[in-house]
Design a protein around this ligand. Structure first.
Ligand code: ADP
Ligand code: MG
Length: 412
């Protein structure tokens, strides 16, 4: 058996596909094609809504949006990933809860731009994507960001700027604004209560770099991340586990963190993480309250995870890329035992990858299914993937899918 990872399309291919779908659907050419990446988070999980740190990379896998302006306020939309055909929505009728299904992510971006005072009218859009959907790799943010940069360009909003010769976005502040509007689209229109990491990664990342995102103030730093130079690779395992109760569990974890912060008298758990001595005291005080034992574990995950992000960035800065492996392992243990957001499929993938020689492995994304990542020697990718596939087959689980991730360019 030899597993073939899901390839990312070349830009040309993605653009050609979206353009072809547009032309066959609307019988005219689009104004242009824009695209945006999915993301994988290296470390810093369930920290974004706690004002903490996260360290995602943009994937080479992207969502492509062929778009043309219209003179009215109608949005027509079609996606190669949605067989239901062409949807049509009038922007004047749009309010939270009025647009069901995948259209909410697209229409939501136009709605959020209009809410923010931008003069955005109707448009036709055709979507095609090689970002695995529902795999915890943020196909939703890729979809939003591709539409955001398209509308930015077509309406001359001048928020997205360009990407310079080093791969860095030229207008990070503008992109931060677009990212916020995409979060509004996802939270309020699609009704998915996510933090801001996914949209920031898709819009504000830089090729060849991980994005150190400080979720307290939205500041970012680009951290060089070139595994190939170290003869390493990042293997992504999409467990394809059926997630159930994801939103409910996510909301519960968020509520627990807010409850803990309230009892500790801090704005967010980031304040606890930043105060190393206060940390132990704070945990003692929490343990005595109702539900204390569980809250202590939740807080311990968040504070230790934030520290691991810093340690991960320090190891990269010192050129000790293999040194991040144990931090990935510790992150997984914390998410599994303290935060309780892992599942059988994720644990099995992580354990099997490590047994096959991975230098470190962890679940990534919100949990309860989705994907795991493993840091492997470049020559070991197929061997580790085969081992994970064999272990899940032996356990009678759904066959996982695989991808190899490198830090790709942002939305453009
Ligand atoms: P993830 O972001 O981890 O892939 P989500 O549940 O957040 O998972 O988002 C997946 C949803 O986003 C899909 O169910 C669909 O509604 C929408 N979506 C993502 N990509 C596409 C696409 N290419 N075409 C249509 N809808 C999409
Ligand atoms: Mg998503």
């Amino acid at each position: 058996m030899s597993i073939v990872p899901t390839p990312a399309w070349h830009r040309d291919e993605g653009e050609r596909r979206a353009r072809a779908l547009f032309t066959s659907t609307y019988r005219t050419a689009p104004g242009g094609v824009w695209s945006a990446p999915g993301r994988v988070n290296l470390i810093g999980e369930h920290t974004d809504y706690n004002g903490g740190l996260a360290l995602p990379i943009a994937l080479p896998h992207r969502t492509y949006a062929a778009v043309a302006r219209r003179d009215d306020d109608v949005v027509r939309l079609v996606s190669a990933q949605e067989p239901s055909g062409v949807r049509e929505v009038r922007l004047a009728d749009v309010a939270p809860g009025t647009v069901p299904g995948w259209a909410a992510y697209v229409v939501g971006v136009a709605w959020a731009l209009r809410e923010a005072g931008h003069d955005v009218g109707g448009f036709d859009v055709a979507i095609d994507s090689c970002v695995p959907s529902g795999a915890g790799l943020s196909s939703s943010a890729a979809l939003e960001a591709s539409v955001a940069v398209a509308l930015d360009a077509l309406h001359g909003l001048d928020l997205a700027g360009g990407v310079d010769a080093t791969g860095a976005p030229t207008d990070d502040a503008g992109r931060a604004l677009l990212a916020e509007l995409c979060v509004r689209a996802e939270n309020e229109m699609a009704g998915a209560p996510t933090g801001g990491m996914d949209q920031a990664a898709s819009l504000r990342a830089r090729e060849g770099h991980a994005l150190l995102l400080d979720c307290r103030d939205g500041a970012v730093r680009h951290v060089p991340f070139d595994l190939a130079a170290h003869d390493l690779a990042l293997l992504v395992v999409d467990t394809r586990a059926p997630h159930s109760h994801v939103d409910g569990e996510y909301a519960q974890r968020r509520a627990a963190c807010e409850d803990a912060a309230r009892r500790l008298g801090v704005a967010t758990l980031r304040d606890v993480a930043d105060d190393a001595r206060g940390d132990a005291r704070a945990l003692e005080a929490l343990a005595d309250g109702p539900g204390g034992a569980v809250l202590v574990r939740r807080v311990r995950h968040v504070t230790s995870e934030i520290a691991r992000v810093t340690a991960f960035v320090d190891a990269l800065g010192a050129g000790d890329v293999a040194g991040v492996g144990p931090l990935m392992d510790a992150s997984h243990a914390s998410l599994r035992d303290d935060y309780e957001v892992s599942c059988r499929e994720l644990d099995l993938a992580v354990d099997a990858a490590r047994a096959a020689g991975a230098l470190g492995a962890r679940m990534t994304g919100g949990g309860f299914g989705g994907s795991a990542i493993a840091l492997v020697r470049a020559g070991d990718v197929a061997h580790v993937a085969d081992a994970v596939a064999a272990a899940s087959a032996a356990a009678g689980l759904t066959a996982p899918a695989f991808a190899v991730a490198a830090a790709g360019p942002p939305a453009a």
